[in-house]
Design a protein around this ligand. Structure first.
Ligand code: PGA
Length: 249
């Protein structure tokens, strides 16, 4: 049985005080049977890990370096994230892939580095609108997923979750229908089973992301292969994010 997982990706938003207030609101919201995660901007991570220390909320970096330490100006390592209380790294978000040009190989190195240095990983995959129109949704997502997880053993895979985020649905207000999302999720679960065995396929959580709101969260998460939500815009407002958490329980 997979525990539902709802995470907020705050992207490059909020100031320190607003980040703290939002973290406290999420911390103080009672939930049962749902894992809750927050991905604040790196400079707010310390504030947010302090505000949520000892609570059910897990906190993570929106990105991390593929290197362990050294002369890599501007980078932040998985070890540094862990040191300030983060437990997870978001890797391969479409904005990293498409705005900053991160390749599958680079993303795979980050996944391995984060896992080796003690973090969990949420690996994002998803197709662009052109790729969907060309009928390449499955091929693109399969390639991103298998490249990102290549060579990991079962112990490492147990610390990975996947977020399927169609690029055309991120920040656009356009959401994949439960049928569209469900079809990709069950396809990806099949890919996981084929690559790593049925046990891994059955255990790994696959979240949906892309314009998730209180009005569509319940119907999306009711789909058997959709195990939760990675929420961008709506995660910045407690009156929107907390009902999405509730919809998962
Ligand atoms: P959105 O973003 O909910 O604003 O579409 C989702 C994401 O990028 O993770």
């Amino acid at each position: 049985m997979r525990t539902p997982y709802v995470a907020g990706n705050w992207k490059m938003n909020l100031d320190r005080r607003a980040a703290r207030d939002l973290a406290v609101a999420v911390r103080d919201h009672a939930v049962s049977g749902v894992d809750v995660g927050l991905f604040p901007a790196l400079v707010h991570l310390d504030e947010v890990t302090r505000a949520t220390a000892g609570s059910h909320v897990r906190v993570g970096g929106q990105n991390c370096s593929d290197e362990q330490e050294g002369a890599f100006t501007g980078e932040v390592s998985a070890r540094m994230l862990k040191d300030i209380g983060a437990t997870v790294a978001l890797v391969g978000h479409s904005e990293r892939r498409h705005v900053y040009g991160e390749s599958d190989e680079f993303i795979a190195r980050k996944v391995r580095r984060a896992l080796e240095d003690g973090l969990e990983v949420m690996l994002c995959v998803g197709e662009t609108i052109e790729e969907r129109r060309d009928g390449r949704t499955e091929a693109v997502c399969q390639a991103q997923l298998t490249a990102g997880l290549e060579g990991l053993d079962h112990a490492a895979l147990a610390r990975v979750s996947v977020a399927y985020e169609p690029v055309w649905a991120i920040g656009t207000g356009e959401t994949a229908s439960p049928e569209q999302a469900g079809a990709v999720h069950s396809y990806l679960r099949g890919v996981l089973s084929g690559a790593f065995g049925d046990e891994v396929g059955a255990a790994m959580r696959i979240l949906y992301g892309g314009s998730v709101k209180p009005t569509n969260a319940a119907e999306l998460m009711a789909v058997p292969d959709i195990d939760g939500a990675l929420v961008g815009g709506a995660s910045l407002r407690p009156e929107l994010f907390l009902p999405i958490i509730d919809a998962a329980s």
